[in-house]
Design a protein around this ligand. Structure first.
Ligand SMILES: [Zn+2]
Ligand SMILES: [Zn+2]
Length: 119
C-alpha cells in the first residue's frame, strides 16, 4: 500500500497587528473627547427679552381738549369766548386749556368745547 504522506502540514494563522484598526480607535476616542469639550451653553432666546409695550399714542392738542380730565372752570377777566361759533364775552375759562368759554342761560360753550370733536 503506498503511503501518502502529506507531510508536515500546519495551518499557520498569522495574526498581523491591525495597525489601521488601532489607529481608528484612537481617532474615535479623540473625537468623543473633542465633542464633550465643544459643549456650549444654549443661546438665550431673543424672543424672551422684555418687549416694550406699545406706548399709547401721544394726545394731539384736540385730544387733550376731549380727555375729560382736569378741565376746571375758573372765573377770571372778561374775554371773548374762544368757541369759534360763539361771539360773546365771558369771565369763565378752562384752567387746563386756558381758554375763555362762556356759560350762561343760553349757551354752555364750556361743555360744547370739551365734548365736540370739531368746534
Ligand atoms: Zn379744557
Ligand atoms: Zn361762548
Amino acid at each position: 500500500m503506498p503511503t501518502i504522506v502529506f507531510g508536515n502540514y500546519s495551518l499557520m494563522l498569522q495574526e498581523k497587528p491591525m495597525k489601521l484598526s488601532e489607529f481608528q480607535v484612537v481617532i474615535a476616542e479623540g473625537l468623543i473627547k473633542a465633542e464633550v469639550k465643544m459643549g456650549r451653553p444654549s443661546l438665550e432666546e431673543a424672543a424672551n427679552a422684555p418687549a416694550n409695550r406699545a406706548q399709547p399714542s401721544p394726545h394731539p392738542c384736540n385730544d387733550a381738549r376731549l380727555d375729560n380730565v382736569g378741565h376746571m372752570i375758573q372765573y377770571g377777566s372778561r374775554q371773548w369766548c374762544k368757541l369759534l361759533s360763539c361771539h360773546q364775552k365771558s369771565h369763565f375759562y378752562c384752567i387746563k386749556c386756558n381758554m375763555h368759554l362762556c356759560i350762561n342761560k343760553d349757551r354752555n360753550c364750556f361743555m360744547e368745547f370739551h365734548t365736540k370733536k370739531t368746534i
